[in-house]
Ligand binder design. Structure first.
Ligand SMILES: *[C@@H]1O[C@H](CO)[C@@H](O)[C@H](O)[C@H]1NC(C)=O
Ligand SMILES: *[C@@H]1O[C@H](CO)[C@@H](O)[C@H](O)[C@H]1NC(C)=O
Ligand SMILES: *[C@@H]1O[C@H](CO)[C@@H](O)[C@H](O)[C@H]1NC(C)=O
Ligand SMILES: *[C@@H]1O[C@H](CO)[C@@H](O)[C@H](O)[C@H]1NC(C)=O
Ligand SMILES: [Zn+2]
Length: 486
């Protein structure tokens, strides 16, 4: 249904031919290009009545063209200039948001069949996300944003003919919206083949070629699986190189360029399946603990507490730990499975996966952990928690290539044990927990690495129970039909 829709939209756009192919090549005349584009689209499209939505042209250091905030999250170095912002990323968690009204839910329904158009310069090795507001449309509630879907910028870039890409960089590997099934299958095979050879299509590390000059990309809004009734921002993140990127223009337009020799026969790529991101439980009055890495010497104590409190949780387990017999983790998690807890993936060696330079390395983490789970525990899972909660488009796509219909589980309650457990104020873990629950969070992250955290676990559980929640596994709190009954 989705695909059909994309297909017919693309056809509509390609039929009225002509106007757009004119402007694409000349990097010196972007404004003219934009005028042509917009006039043309108004003229020949009765089906689309919404005007172009200019989100951001970076004229102001703190506000976008809609009058709302734009800026970076913590630790992203940013340089503003007239009509641009330059980002100097060092980490995939860093982000730059350009926001809609965060105190309300912004409806982009009139534009949802259209395209996000970004004019930029520098690296294309980042993710673009549409972020959905939370249920209450309130930035003070958790989680905020509510959910996000992201795609890889590089797949959507319009390549001027002057950039000499090898044939298979562009022409064959990704298949397009309107490809028939035969093509789609061929494309998938190629995709796999290419990935297994080791990753990125171009600009491979050590051989870094960042095209100079402004480039542009178009992403169908339909490629973002969010509720367009409640948009809160567009963001740029998931940087996996340290190359800067300069943003000039972010807008929504009704058309994409016509394929032409000048633009390398541009076509919009198909959407790659990606993992659904989960930040909270959806079942009414449910609450779940997702417990990540632990120290072997504390595992029996964790088990006793969960037994005494009579609750079931989800453990996100690092694969390599199960291979180490001295950890006793395999025996421990086998027993936890028997007791009805959920055991799910947390990578093989716990790297920040989104920052791994090649897709092959991301794949290896996934494949190894699947294999270890099968061998050591005799289980599979479709639940995955990214180490450090770091996740953008590449990791989401790779997970979905190996695990059908996966859930990628972040959180909306953070115990902040990584921050306070080993300090002179460990009670701040309790405060952090209470605060997140107070703000509406219902899916927790914690570890059993420090005695202080484990010491607070009974209090966490009792607090949640007394607030009227029912504690369950994450698959149960999401209403997964394959989860065991409560
Ligand atoms: C585009 O529209 C503007 C303003 O409506 C007009 O001045 C301009 O001539 C138009 N350009 C074309 C190519 O139609
Ligand atoms: C930001 O950078 C500083 C200094 O490099 C570091 O101490 C801090 O942990 C970083 N914060 C985040 C959220 O990455
Ligand atoms: C290993 O774990 C199992 C299951 O929890 C437990 O029964 C056993 O006592 C543990 N062994 C050691 C040496 O801790
Ligand atoms: C997942 O959690 C991490 C850590 O809190 C956060 O940095 C990241 O933005 C979250 N990702 C999403 C898509 O919410
Ligand atoms: Zn972890």
């Amino acid at each position: 249904m989705h695909l059909l829709f994309i297909c017919s939209a693309a056809l509509l756009l390609f039929l009225p031919a002509s106007a757009l192919s004119r402007g694409i090549v000349d990097h010196g005349h972007w404004n003219e290009l934009r005028d042509l584009t917009h006039n043309a689209s108004h003229d020949d499209s009765q089906a689309k009545s919404s005007p172009p939505l200019v989100i951001d042209t970076f004229k102001n250091p703190t506000r976008n063209d809609l009058g709302f905030w734009h800026g970076s999250g913590e630790n992203l170095t940013v340089r503003h200039g007239p009509g641009y912002v330059r980002l100097f990323p060092t980490d995939p968690d860093q982000n730059f948001h350009t926001q809609f009204d965060s105190n309300a839910c912004y409806s982009m329904i009139p534009w949802r069949n259209e395209y996000l158009h970004v004019i930029f310069e520098g690296t294309d090795q980042y993710s673009v996300s549409f972020n959905q507001h939370n249920d209450e449309c309130n930035p003070k509630r958790r989680p905020f944003p509510g959910i996000a879907d992201s795609v890889q910028a590089e797949r959507y870039v319009v390549h001027p003919a002057s950039e000499a890409f090898a044939e298979d960089d562009f022409a064959e590997d990704d298949n397009w919206d309107c490809a028939d099934n035969v093509h789609a299958d061929a494309g998938r095979k190629k995709h796999k083949h290419r990935k297994s050879k080791g990753g990125r299509r171009k600009h491979s590390q050590g051989n870094t070629k960042i095209p100079t000059g402004r480039r542009e990309l178009y992403i169908p809004l339909a490629h973002f699986d969010i509720d367009f009734n409640r948009v809160v921002s567009v963001s740029f993140h998931g940087f996996y190189t340290h190359e800067p990127v300069t943003l000039y223009h972010v807008e929504v337009v009704p058309d994409v360029p016509m394929p032409s020799p000048e633009n390398g026969h541009y076509r919009v790529p198909r959407k790659l399946p990606n993992g659904k991101l989960v930040l909270r439980c959806s079942r009414p009055n449910s609450f779940a603990f997702g417990i990540d890495d632990g120290q072997p010497q504390y595992s029996q104590q964790v088990m006793r507490i969960l037994d005494e409190e009579g609750v079931r949780v989800t453990f996100f387990v690092v694969g390599a730990g199960l291979r180490d017999p001295t950890s006793n983790f395999t025996e421990f998690y086998k027993e936890m499975l028997k007791k009805g807890h959920q055991v799910a993936f947390h990578s093989n060696t716990h790297p920040k996966m989104e920052s791994l330079p090649t897709l092959a390395e991301i794949d290896d983490e996934i494949i190894q952990s699947m294999q270890i789970f099968r061998e050591q525990l005799g289980i599979e899972s479709s639940y995955f928690r990214p180490p450090f909660g770091t996740v953008a488009s590449r990791l989401r796509q790779e997970i979905a290539r190996h695990i059908p219909n996966p859930s990628i589980v972040n959180w909306s309650v953070d115990v902040e044990d990584w921050l306070w457990a080993d300090t002179s104020t460990p009670e701040k873990q309790l405060e952090a927990f209470f605060r997140s629950v107070e703000k509406g969070g219902n899916l927790a992250v914690m570890h059993y690495l420090h005695p202080t955290t484990i010491g607070y676990l009974p209090e966490f559980i009792r607090h949640v129970k007394s607030a009227g929640y029912q504690i369950m596994r994450i698959d149960q709190c999401l209403g997964d039909v394959s989860a065991p009954p409560l």
